[in-house]
Design a protein around this ligand. Structure first.
Ligand SMILES: Cc1cc2nc3c(=O)[nH]c(=O)nc-3n(C[C@H](O)[C@H](O)[C@H](O)COP(=O)(O)OP(=O)(O)OC[C@H]3O[C@@H](n4cnc5c(N)ncnc54)[C@H](O)[C@@H]3O)c2cc1C
Length: 806
């Protein structure tokens, strides 16, 4: 066994082997995989191994398509069979909402040139004669859907990796991982130690135990999961061809051919956790006792749809463990608090995603950043707040509603509240309906007396649409008070503070006390890794404000630039709270609570000051994400209730009141402001998001300056545009494809909202550069159906920024 390696992968399941293969393929041949037992000794060996290409998330669809194509390449490359069957998949919609979901996916498939289309009932009956299609509203077909052989695929990754020089050691359990001062690691095993640059935790069911060796807690918990295989079904035996799999998600089961029978699996409501306190180290190629009663309801629905299931005998039952994260997506990426420690844990559809995960993991480690935006999968989306109780409650919800549609704007209640701020109870009393943001409860909107506080969910406009409109109009007409405590806040202090910020961010830091600047953070490939407001509070003190949900994500970047001696950096997100008081009446409202002169001359746009409001010390910034006249007020968390009370009281006198984040979304879209993880992501270059003016190449070195310099002169590939859409009962929410009127796909929506003040259904989105210009008519696939839209020359609200600067 090698004693030194570039990377050590822990775990020889499907995922570990794919990561090893991709590392070797992309040039790191000095890599080792350690497996405590035989390969596939976790969830992998007993999986149903269904594969699908399409997913609600576009980037996940891309990875799934990559994975499906890779299996064939692997076979050719290694000579190891992957047991690939691709008879296609039929997707059934029983409800209107499911039909909307499938139609939207079909439109996305057209946009990304993926193979997924509607078939008529007679064609579906020809494809799968055993299915009773009664009551099905819409049927989609994905010709590449199917399944693979779990051991074959894992062995093929392993063979491909070995062919490129990678080493695999079976029966070699990792017993310790020890971080070294230079960022490297010692990995200990009974067969000897390896000194490695990178450690990759791909330990599947034991992901928690392996993480704990590095002092890390991962929000993961295993559950049982069952499927069964029937005896031979005579109709299938007589068919002489393979039947497509059936995704009847409203029925909450999956079904495909296995041998000459059928395989049916279910995510049941009466789900069962396993090994909550830790996966036993001696668990191996074992299964749990059958418990088909638990999945009876799902099975009855399967039998109603495919009657042959009911008459065939059960040949075998597989009841095995799988391990889940709180949102059922993988925990992916380098751990921000550790050096060179990569996680890929909690992956549920491993067989659909293994290739994509391996590819992006290898890119991230070798090139410093994945080629696709992985924020939605980044392990940094969870923080220390995602503890055991939260994880358990969320996993219960995720498992038992595995096939439920995840609607846009849906806020699931499980495991909440987990983090609240002092004003939470007060907000609750005045009607707040809360959402979850990086663990924090924050008001989405406020129900008036007598209005329901339970949100309805769906693709169309829901019961919050009216109240949110009321708030947005109130703010634009008078004023509104928005809790912005969610924003991430950082304090940088010391003689080297300015130099450090200049070495981190792309813009030039403000020279004068009381001045603020907007600045992008540049990623490894020159794209947008973040957008921040930096304010100079004193000669040697700055306040940095960024996206709250990206706080842990951004740690990786902050860590990359060493702090000068005597300079400190600390997060103030937990101990500072904030309100944005905005709207044309905001000056009048605030002036009732402070002696500070808030006139435009005394306190202009983009300036800041420490002032008192209602006797409370705040940092006041004259900025507003609403695009209106307004101030951000940041106070100590202990003062939040008093400040809120005073603002609401003064607000009452001027016809203003509380406003939630849904209205803020609408207001910022009216103004054309972009937001992190929607318009801004590492996939987009500054010139594509109109941030190039904020990148100062002439100021000297800054993080990833060279990466930006390499693409700075390149023309934009995509353009950020704004659309007004002829939509009546559903607005765009993000992800909807944009087509020219002749059906040519040109882009997709990044954010959508109804603009209540301008009375238009609006969207921000990206289109291929030069494919359309202001005034052009295009078509947006809301609910998967074409909706006429027009490219706007400028944002419909206050395009000249007069209100902002008034
Ligand atoms: C019943 C069932 C049906 C499923 N059906 C499907 C399906 O149809 N389609 C699909 O895509 N997915 C399916 N899955 C999920 C799929 O099995 C997983 O996504 C996948 O196997 C996860 O692979 P992994 O490599 O992450 O983890 P694992 O397979 O758990 O592998 C982890 C490996 O790490 C090793 N290891 C652990 N600790 C150490 C250590 N300290 N030192 C060295 N090695 C260690 C283990 O021995 C193990 O081999 C199913 C799962 C179940 C349970």
């Amino acid at each position: 066994m090698r004693t030194h390696a570039q990377a050590v992968v822990i775990g020889g399941g499907l995922i570990g082997c794919s990561i090893l293969y991709h590392l070797a393929k992309f040039g790191w041949t000095d890599v080792v995989l350690l497996e405590r037992s035989e390969l596939t000794s976790g969830s992998t060996w007993h999986a149903a191994a269904n594969i699908h290409g399409l997913h609600d998330s576009t980037n996940i669809s891309r990875l799934q398509h990559y994975t499906m194509a890779l299996y064939k390449e692997l076979e050719a490359e290694t000579g190891q069979g992957c047991g690939i069957f691709q008879p296609g998949s039929l997707y059934l919609a029983q409800t209107e909402a499911r039909e909307h979901q499938l139609r939207l996916q079909e439109a996305k498939a057209r946009r990304y040139k993926m193979n997924f289309y509607e078939v008529a009932r007679d064609e579906a009956e020809r494809l799968h004669p055993l299915v009773d299609f009664d009551g099905i509203r819409c049927i989609m077909y994905e010709p590449e859907g199917g399944n693979v052989d779990p051991s074959g695929v894992t062995a093929a990754y392993a063979a491909g990796a070995r062919q490129r020089g990678a080493e695999i050691h079976r029966f070699t359990p990792v017993t310790a991982t020890e971080a070294q001062a230079d960022g490297s690691w010692i990995v200990r095993t009974p067969k000897g130690d390896i000194h490695t640059q990178w450690v990759i935790n791909a330990a599947g069911l034991w992901g928690r135990e392996v993480a704990a060796m590095a002092g890390l807690q991962l929000p993961l918990i295993p559950t049982e999961h069952q499927y069964f295989v029937t005896e031979t079904i005579p109709e299938i035996a007589a068919m002489g061809r393979r039947l497509p799999s059936v995704a009847d998600r409203d029925g909450e089961y999956y079904l495909r051919q296995e041998g000459l029978g059928l395989l049916i699996g279910a995510y049941e409501r009466k789900m069962k956790f396993w090994a909550e306190d830790g996966t036993p180290l001696d668990f191996g190629h074992e299964l749990f006792p059958d418990d088909l009663d638990r999945i009876e309801e799902n099975m009855l629905r399967a039998i109603a749809r495919v009657p042959a299931v009911g008459t065939a005998g059960v040949k075998k039952v597989i009841n095995g463990p799988m391990i889940w994260s709180p949102d059922s997506a993988v925990l992916f990426g380098p751990v921000p608090e550790l050096s060179n420690y990569f996680c890929c844990n909690g992956i549920i559809p491993g067989f659909s995603q293994s290739g994509g995960m391996g590819k992006l993991a290898a890119e991230w480690m070798i090139e410093g950043e994945p080629s696709l935006d992985m924020f939605a999968w980044d392990m940094a989306r969870f923080g220390h707040w995602a503890g055991k109780a939260f994880t358990k409650a969320r996993v219960h919800d995720q498992y038992s509603h595995r096939f439920k549609i995840h609607f846009p704007n849906e806020e699931r209640a499980a495991g909440r509240p987990v983090r609240t701020r002092p004003a939470y109870e007060m907000q609750k009393r005045i009607g707040a309906v809360f959402g979850l943001n990086f663990g924090w409860e924050h008001p989405l909107w406020f129900a008036a007396e007598g209005e329901p506080r339970e949100e309805t969910i769906g693709f169309t406009r829901q019961n919050w649409w009216g109240p949110v409109g009321r708030e947005a109009r109130m703010l634009r007409e008078r004023a509104g008070i928005i809790d912005i405590s969610n924003f991430a806040k950082y304090e940088v202090k010391g003689t080297g503070a300015e130099a450090w910020l200049n070495a981190l961010f792309a813009n030039r830091m403000p020279k004068k006390i009381g001045r603020s600047c907007l600045t992008p953070l540049i990623g490894k490939r020159g794209g947008i890794a973040g957008d921040f407001t930096v304010t100079r509070l004193a000669d040697d003190e700055f306040m940095v404000i960024g996206s709250g949900m990206a706080e842990r994500f951004h740690q990786r970047f902050f860590k990359a630039v060493p702090l000068p001696e005597g300079t400190t950096f600390r997060s103030r997100t937990e101990d500072l709270c904030g309100f944005n008081v905005a709207g044309p009446g905001s000056r009048d409202l605030l002036q009732r609570l402070t002696n500070e002169d808030l006139s435009n001359e005394a306190f202009p746009f983009m300036q800041s000051r420490r002032i008192t409001v209602a006797g409370i010390d705040v940092v006041a910034l004259r900025v507003s994400f609403t695009g209106d006249l307004g101030w951000e007020l940041h106070c100590k968390a202990t003062d939040q209730v008093a400040l809120y009370g005073a603002l609401l009281k003064a607000g009452n006198e001027v016809g203003a009141g509380p406003v939630g984040s849904r209205a803020l979304m609408s207001l910022r879209v009216e103004k054309g402001y972009g937001s992190w993880s929607r318009e801004y992501s590492p996939e987009y270059w500054p010139q594509e998001v109109k941030f190039d003016g904020l990148v100062k190449l002439d100021k000297g070195e800054f993080l990833n300056r060279d990466a930006y310099a390499a693409i700075a002169e390149k023309p934009a590939r995509d353009e950020l545009i704004m659309l007004s859409i002829d939509a009546r009962d559903a607005d765009a929410t993000g992800g909807e494809p944009i087509f020219l009127t002749d059906g040519t796909p040109i882009g997709q929506v990044s954010s959508g909202a109804y603009g209540y003040f301008v009375e238009q259904s609006l969207a921000l989105g990206y289109v291929k550069a030069g494919s359309a210009r202001a005034g052009d008519k295009v078509s947006v696939a809301i609910l998967g159906r074409p909706h006429e839209a027009i490219l706007l020359p400028h944002p419909p609200f206050d395009p000249e920024g007069k209100r902002l600067r008034s």
